[in-house]
Every structure is written in C-alpha cells, then in structure tokens.
Design a protein around this ligand. Structure first.
Ligand SMILES: Nc1ncnc2c1ncn2[C@@H]1O[C@H](COP(=O)(O)OP(=O)(O)O)[C@@H](O)[C@H]1O
Ligand SMILES: [Mg+2]
Length: 328
C-alpha cells in the first residue's frame, strides 16, 4: 500500500454502561475494545465476526454516531474523532454509512427527484441546475432511467428503490462508504446483482468500502482484505485469499469450518462454535477467545497483541517453530 491510508483507527474503543436496578451503573459493555486498522484508498476491507462482536459499533463510531471512549479515528490523514477533536463539517459528505437496504429509508411521499435533491440542498451550496445535472449523472450510473425521477417510491420495484437509495448517498461524492450487512435478507440471485452494482460503483466513483457482513462467501467475493472481529477486537487480518486458504487464529478457523459450502444451507449469524456465545459485558481475562479455544494454555491469561496479522500466542509459537506443526 503505497498511499496514505484513507481511514485509520488507532486503539479505538467504545464502551457502553450496563445499567441495573434503578438505572444504577452495574458494569461496562466493551463493544469496541482497542481496534487498530488502516484502509487504503480504493480498498474493500471486509469486517466479519459473530453477531454482537462490535461490527456495527465500529461503523457507527467511524461515522461519528458514537463518540470513541478512547483512541482515534483519522480520515485522509487528519484526526476526526477521539481526544476531544471536533468533527470537521465537510466530513459528513465524504463518509457514508449504509445500513442494510438503502432503499428502505426513502420518504414515500416524495418523488425520487426530491429525495435526491434533498441531501445536496442540506450539504452543498449547489444551485438547482447544478444539483439536477449531478443527479442525472448519478442516476444513470446506478442504472435507473431518468424518467423515473418523477415517480414515487411505491411506483418502482424494490431493486430500483435500492438503486435510488445508493444514488442518494453517491450524489454527495463520498470517499468511504461503510456497508453494514448490505445483502442480508436478499435472495441469492438478487444478492449477486447487488454485489455487481457495488463493484461497478466503486470503479466508477473511486470508492473505498468497509464491508461489514456475517456472510463469509459474500466477503470472499467482494473484499481485498478481511478483518475478523471477536468481542470488540480484531483477532486476525489479512488478504482474503490468505485468510480463507490458511486461517491462523483458532477463531477464524472455527468460523470458516462453520460456514456452509456453496449450495449448502443459508449462512446464519449463529456459527456452530463450542462454549458460551460471547458477552461483551463479561469479558474473559487475557485472550478473549481463550474460554472457547481448544488450544487454550496458561500463557493465554495474558492478552496477545495483533502481530503479523494475528493475535494468538499459540500461533506465535507455531511460527517460531516452538510447537511441532504435527501436533495440530
Ligand atoms: N447503543 C448501545 N448501547 C448499549 N449497548 C450497545 C449499543 N450498541 C451496541 N451495543 C452492544 O454492543 C455489542 C456490539 O453490538 P454491535 O456493534 O451491534 O454488534 P454486531 O454489529 O457485530 O452484531 C452488543 O453486545 C450490543 O448489544
Ligand atoms: Mg450489526
């Protein structure tokens, strides 16, 4: 990666209070618990992990919906969150967050044209004719006929609504788009078309994606690199081809072995992992995966750092030749 990262996260944390009887604070839920990541311009970085591991909190903290409890978010080299910095005004247009179906948030009583003008009215100083020209360009790029602009959401198909929803985001000229479970609930055939559209739009507009999904097959087909999250931390990160061919962290190995093969049953968020599902308000001591790990050893009472793309003591010993590989 020769370029400066477009997005950089440094020790990013987001904790939530856990409240008990009479709204008393009884604990802390560590939804994000020290994430370091760098995303290159034009890259598609996948974020995977079980439900509740902090994927959406990661997206929302980058977006500024949540303030970091600690750590920093840097965008294009400048710190935009954490450490008390004020979020720059222009950032809103450059960073967009798409939660599931972007077509679902269209106002049913507005024509598509009005829905597309609105973000430009709010976030830019463009005059009406300039806005209209921009909208025409984007609408063509997402594959919608310009004549549709006078229609209302209920007059077009769900797939077309999705395209309008994406157009609404793209008119602002974002650099980074956070896609949070963008294909969940879609039929496989529709999913393929939606993924193809994401790829085309990335090319056409030079976008960078943070692609959050629990569907490993989708991540494999879309992303350059993938970060595996467990209880608020990245436990493994690397190029998609390497992670899928040679997962190193025991959690990644479990995730991949639990994923159904092509043609098998649909991927669900409930991975077949041993032990209790993780609870971010009851954080295990040391390595947070150790309570479910078949390789857990006394050294795992100390939390391993993410080094060389993996946070695992056993892996470090294997790499150093201290454990015979045959013992696996
Ligand atoms: N606003 C919030 N207040 C309190 N807890 C939250 C809030 N948002 C998320 N959480 C908790 O943080 C953890 C991570 O949630 P989330 O980021 O939504 O996970 P994921 O997207 O990976 O399924 C969960 O335990 C969730 O209940
Ligand atoms: Mg989520």
């Amino acid at each position: 990666m020769p370029d400066r990262p477009l997005l950089e996260l440094q020790g990013l944390k987001r904790h939530f209070p856990v409240r008990g009887l009479f709204n008393r604070r009884v604990g802390t839920l560590r939804a994000l618990d020290g994430v370091d990541l760098a995303v290159a311009p034009g890259e598609v970085l996948g974020i995977v992990g079980e439900s509740g591991c902090g994927k959406s909190t990661l997206g929302k903290t980058i977006m500024g919906i949540h303030a970091p409890s600690d750590g920093a978010v840097l965008f294009d080299g400048a710190q935009v969150a954490g450490g008390g910095v004020r979020r720059p005004d222009g950032l809103r247009a450059q960073l967009q967050y798409v939660y599931q179906d972007p077509g679902a948030s269209l106002d049913p009583s507005w024509t598509l044209r009005r829905s597309l003008h609105e973000p430009l009215v709010i976030h830019t100083k463009l005059r009406r004719a300039e806005r209209e020209a921009r909208i025409q360009e984007i609408v063509a790029a997402v594959g919608l006929p310009a004549a549709h602009l006078d229609l209302y959401p209920h007059e077009i198909s769900g797939g077309q609504q999705r395209r309008v929803g994406l157009a609404r985001i793209l008119v602002l000229g974002p650099k980074l788009v956070i896609l949070d479970e963008p294909t969940s609930g879609l039929d496989v055939s529709v999913q393929a078309a939606v993924l193809a559209l994401f790829r085309e739009l990335r090319q056409a507009f030079g976008l960078t994606y943070l692609f959050i999904s629990h569907d490993l097959a989708v991540v494999r087909s879309m992303c350059h690199r993938v970060a595996v999250m467990y209880l608020g931390r990245v436990v493994e990160i690397g190029p998609v081809a390497e992670i899928f061919a040679r997962p190193r962290h025991p959690y990644t190995q479990a995730l991949l072995s639990a994923a159904p093969r092509i043609g098998g049953p649909r991927v669900t968020e409930n991975f077949a992992l041993q032990g209790e599902p993780p609870d971010p308000s009851q954080m295990p001591e040391g390595c947070r995966f150790s309570v479910r790990c078949r390789w857990a050893a006394p050294q795992c009472k100390v939390e391993p750092a993410l080094e060389d793309g993996v946070a695992c003591w056993r892996w470090r010993e294997l790499a150093a030749g201290l454990v015979p590989a045959a013992a696996e």
